[in-house]
Design a protein. Structure first.
Length: 138
């Protein structure tokens, strides 16, 4: 009886500690704490890019949108991007104080055509909350 009880306690102890050491990767192979595709985003003949976004004021949707935009910018840069930018600031003053408003737009084109890519994988760092989006050209 003592041997059985001892074996059960040891088994529970081992299972408990093996769960504590498990890495929360969701099946993603990590290298230095980042997905392996972070270091090699190109997929064979397709150009790839990775976008990373921290916690966003607009929640998960804003975080994903920003990470996707950054991945597309990386792909466009590798393809020889031509960037067209427009910025304007407007300052208004009245008796209560002043306010500044502005708008900024960027357009990315490569040889006159749009950059088209699809999401290959996404991964969220369980410790920092950063979202990694891997995109490749179609």
């Amino acid at each position: 009886m003592n041997k059985t009880l001892t074996l059960i306690i040891m088994a529970v102890f081992c299972l408990t500690f093996s769960g504590c050491f498990a890495d929360k990767t969701d099946g993603v192979k990590l290298i230095n704490g980042k997905p392996e595709w972070f270091y090699h985003p190109s997929d064979g003949s397709n150009i790839g890019g990775v976008g990373v976004s921290g916690i966003h004021v607009d929640g998960k949707t804003g975080q994903k949108t920003l990470a996707m935009q950054r991945a597309l910018e990386e792909i466009a840069r590798q393809m020889g991007v031509k960037v067209q930018s427009f910025s304007s600031l407007k300052s208004v003053s009245d008796s209560t104080g002043s306010a500044v408003s502005g708008e900024s737009s960027s357009f990315f084109t490569v040889d006159g055509s749009e950059v088209k890519a699809r999401i290959k994988a996404m991964w969220e760092d369980p410790y920092t909350g950063e979202l990694y989006v891997w995109m490749v050209t179609e």
